[in-house]
Each structure stands twice: as structure tokens, then as C-alpha cells.
Design a protein around this ligand. Structure first.
Ligand code: ARG
Length: 477
């Protein structure tokens, strides 16, 4: 009989192709740490409840701790014939300690075991990714602080629209990432209930202390329904949805870095450490890292789709389809984590070109709204003011002039309400300072947003400046 035999019910081993098709250990061995912690907690609880002896508990715990050390050092030999992480660890344990090992699985199924492992893994990974988001936020806050005085065009439809501060744009990225972070923390909180004790689907006849294993494993409580606890993977869907959202946000940031580093924009120069050259064209400095952050987003969205489609038709409770939850979850975390690190380094070392940004402000009639608002403030109906400003843009454009270069007579020819103070209103700095509402680009608003974001990070125990500084230097792997 091989390890794969399921005992009395079977007299033939699994077909070799079927064995290879269903083995998952190459992927799920990543859960070894969670699996071992779960088994140790389960064994101690069985001992406390008198289901197994204290000698058995000691042998099991020592055996599992030894396996944990071998897994950590890379010395543990994984056997694909033993199907998955759970069977590999349990079979090795039983080989080494005999009967005691064979008692570990009392009152437990791989169904509640794998659900427990995945909840622990994802919960901890959500917090780790949130910490990486925090690190990127520190970089952005740092850059925002240094760029409050830098003015640039804000865009709609990728057309120059109205002047803003560069810091205001960077703070917009902060808000996006802050929400991604809170979605991950929220998902981690909701999944933090222990399935152990749910058994295969209908709990168990043994008097398990579910609260005890839950406490030991850092869960906030126990799941309420054994069928649901082994059958649902909604917690993975919401986690990967949060990761996909974060990836999409990073992709949009990356897209802006790609645009801004083009010669057409020239708003930023990415550091050599995050760009590549061309083997043919010596002048090239390509923003490959930003492009890859953008490109890898497709994988994370794909991971989410894979999970949702995997789950949609499954009857309660456990189905083997659910084994397919692991590759997308691991891939989504790995991809987002790597992208966060790359963006942190790219943004910490990028050089913004304030001169080019300022020049772009002079070229796109981004002050046209100021003309309309100016007239409206003098009592002209806004729709009419908008029309007058449009005519002035056309006439300035025809003469290859900016609005500020039109004479007061030319302005008056379109509307009598123009006074010489209009030129003051056209100044981008004035235009921005007049947008002095909560959430607006005026200096004091931007500064208070910086302080608020900083305060949130500090409240999480983060040293913003030290964290940002880590990315300003070349990072070692
Ligand atoms: N490797 C399996 C998974 O990840 C473990 C649970 C197997 N349960 C079963 N009844 N075959 O889903």
C-alpha cells in the first residue's frame, strides 16, 4: 500500500496521471508554517480535553517543531506522491513518531485544516501588504512635502485643464492607496474566525475546545456554521478584489510615470536604477519598471476572475475545485507586494522637473476657467462668462498668444466687465490659492492634507521620514 491509499475502501492506487493532476504540494507547501502552527494548537487542545495523552502531545509538538525547522532551512523533503502540504507533514510526523502522529488528525479533516491555513495565511499577508502600502505612503508624503511649491497642469481627458500643485496630485495617489490599505485590513478582520472543529463538514463527535485553538492561532473567535466554514472562499475573493483594486491604482500611477517621463511631457526623470536602455537606440531611457507595474495588473485581475469562476457553481460544502484557490491568492499577493516595492523605489528616486511643469501651465489655456470665474464674480451669468472665455481662447489661439498676453482692450472688446485686475486672476499661483476649499489645491489645504496623512501613519506607529529614507538609497535585495 502506498501513502496515497485511503485504507480499507480502496484496493488500487491512484492512476499516475490522476496523482500528478491532483497533487498540490508544489504550491501549497507555502502553507507549511500555518499548517504546523494549526496542528500544534489542535494537538495541545486534544491533550487538554483528554482526547489524547500528554505524552502524545509532547511527541507531536516536538516532531512538528522539528519539521518546521527543516522546512525553514530547506531540508524537509517534500514528496509529490503525498499529495499536499497536510499529508506531507502528517505522514512524515507519523513515520518518525509512530502512533502519536496517527492520533493528531482526531476530530479534524483536511477540509477544516486547509480553511484554517488559508485564513491564517491571508490574514497575515493582508497585514504585510498593508505595511508595504504604508511604506509607499511614506515615500509619497515625503515627496509631497518637497513639492508643495511646484505647480503643474491638472488634466481631464489628458488635456490640460486647470493648475494644481504637484503635491496635490501626489496626495491623490495617497488617498487611493489609503483606501486599498483599509480594504485589506477590513478583509483580514472579517476572515479572522477559526474553522477548526468544523471537521469535514458536520463538526465532530469529539469534545473539542474550539475557543482554545482559535485563541492559540490568533483568531478573534470561532466560525458559526461548520458547512459554511469549510465551503466558502469569499474571504479570498474579497482579499484578491482588494489586491486587484490596489494593482489598478498602481497601474494608473505607473501610467502617469510613463507619460510624465516621455519627452512630450518631460515632467519627471526616473532614476537609472529603475529604467533600462535600448540595445539599438543609444538615446533611450525606458520606464520599464513602471510599465511592468502596469502590465502585471492584468495578472491580479485574472487571479480575481479565476477565484470567482472557481467558486460560482459549487454546492456546499467542500469540493476539490477549491484546491485551485491557492495559485491565484499567492500570485496576487506576490505581484502586488513586488509592485509596491518597485513603485516606492521609483518614486523615492525620481526627479520631478518643476520648470517643464510650469512651462506646460503657460501653454494649454489652463487659465480659461479663471477668466470665466472672474466674469461670474463680477456678476456675469456663468454660462455667458464661459462663452466669453471660450471666444477669448479662440482669439488668443489664432494669434498664437496666451490669455494673459491679450491686452485689456482686446478683453474689453469681448466683455465690458474686464478690469486690469484680471491679469492677477490669471496667475496660476493665484488661481490655485483661490481654490481654498477642503480637498482643494490651495497651499494651506495641501499642507493640512500632508499633516493628516502623516498623522495617520504616525498613529500606526510608523516613522515616516525613516521609512521614506529607506527607499531613497539604492535598495539591496
Ligand atoms: N489539498 C486540498 C485543498 O487544498 C486539501 C483538502 C482536501 N480535502 C479533500 N476532501 N480532498 O483543498
Amino acid at each position: 500500500m502506498s501513502d496515497k491509499s485511503w485504507g480499507g475502501r480502496f484496493d488500487q492506487d491512484l492512476d499516475a496521471h490522476a496523482a500528478a493532476f491532483s497533487a498540490s504540494v508544489d504550491v501549497d507547501k507555502r502553507l507549511a508554517e500555518q499548517d504546523i502552527r494549526g496542528s500544534i494548537a489542535h494537538a495541545r487542545m486534544l491533550g487538554a480535553r483528554g482526547v489524547i495523552s500528554q505524552e502524545d502531545v509532547q511527541r507531536i509538538v516536538a516532531g512538528l517543531e522539528q519539521i518546521a525547522r527543516e522546512v525553514a532551512s530547506g531540508d524537509f523533503s517534500w514528496d509529490p506522491a503525498r499529495e499536499d502540504v497536510h499529508m506531507n507533514i502528517e505522514s512524515t510526523l507519523t513515520e518518525r513518531i509512530g502512533d502519536a502522529g496517527a492520533r493528531l488528525h482526531t476530530g479534524r479533516s483536511r477540509n477544516d485544516q486547509v480553511a484554517t491555513d488559508m485564513r491564517m495565511f491571508s490574514r497575515d499577508a493582508c497585514h504585510a501588504t498593508a505595511a508595504r502600502i504604508d511604506a509607499l505612503l511614506c515615500v509619497l508624503i515625503h515627496r509631497a512635502q518637497g513639492t508643495v511649491a511646484v505647480l503643474m497642469p491638472g488634466y481631464t481627458h489628458l488635456q490640460r485643464a486647470q493648475p494644481v500643485r504637484l503635491a496635490h496630485h501626489l496626495l491623490a495617489w495617497c488617498e487611493m492607496l489609503e483606501r486599498d490599505r483599509s480594504r485589506l485590513i477590513d478583509a483580514a478582520r472579517r476572515m479572522n474566525l477559526s474553522p477548526l472543529g468544523s471537521g469535514a463538514l458536520a463538526a465532530t463527535t469529539f469534545p473539542l475546545d474550539r475557543e482554545m485553538t482559535a485563541r492559540e492561532l490568533g483568531f478573534a473567535g470561532v466560525s458559526a456554521n461548520s458547512l459554511d466554514a469549510v465551503a466558502d472562499r469569499d474571504f479570498l475573493i474579497e482579499t484578491v478584489a482588494a489586491l486587484a483594486n490596489c494593482a489598478i491604482h498602481m497601474s494608473r500611477i505607473a501610467e502617469e510615470l510613463v507619460l510624465w517621463s516621455s519627452q512630450e511631457f518631460g515632467f519627471v526623470q526616473m532614476s537609472d536604477a529603475f529604467t533600462t536602455g535600448s540595445s539599438m537606440m543609444p538615446q533611450k531611457k525606458n520606464p520599464d519598471m513602471a510599465e511592468l507595474v502596469r502590465g502585471k495588473t492584468g495578472r491580479v485581475v485574472g487571479d480575481l476572475v479565476a477565484l470567482m469562476v472557481m467558486l460560482k457553481g459549487l454546492p456546499l460544502a467542500y469540493n476539490r475545485d477549491m484546491q485551485e484557490d491557492k495559485p491565484p491568492v499567492f500570485d496576487a499577493f506576490d505581484t502586488v507586494d513586488a509592485s509596491l516595492t518597485i513603485l516606492s523605489g521609483s518614486l523615492a528616486t525620481a526627479r520631478f522637473n518643476a520648470t517643464r511643469m510650469r512651462k506646460a501651465l503657460g501653454e494649454g489655456f489652463v487659465d480659461a476657467t479663471e477668466v470665466a470665474d472672474y466674469l461670474a464674480a463680477k456678476g456675469v451669468a456663468f454660462r455667458q462668462a464661459h462663452h466669453v472665455a471660450g471666444r477669448l481662447v479662440r482669439s488668443a489661439s489664432d494669434q498664437n498668444k496666451t490669455l494673459a498676453e491679450l491686452s485689456i482692450e482686446e478683453l474689453r472688446a469681448e466683455h465690458a466687465a474686464f478690469q486690469p485686475d484680471v491679469y492677477q486672476a490669471l496667475d496660476p499661483e493665484t488661481a490655485i490659492e483661490r481654490r481654498n476649499l477642503p480637498g482643494g489645491p490651495a497651499r494651506s489645504r495641501v499642507e493640512s492634507e500632508i499633516s493628516a496623512t502623516r498623522a495617520r501613519l504616525t498613529a500606526r506607529g510608523i516613522d515616516v521620514d525613516a521609512s521614506a529614507a529607506r527607499f531613497s538609497a539604492r535598495t539591496e535585495p
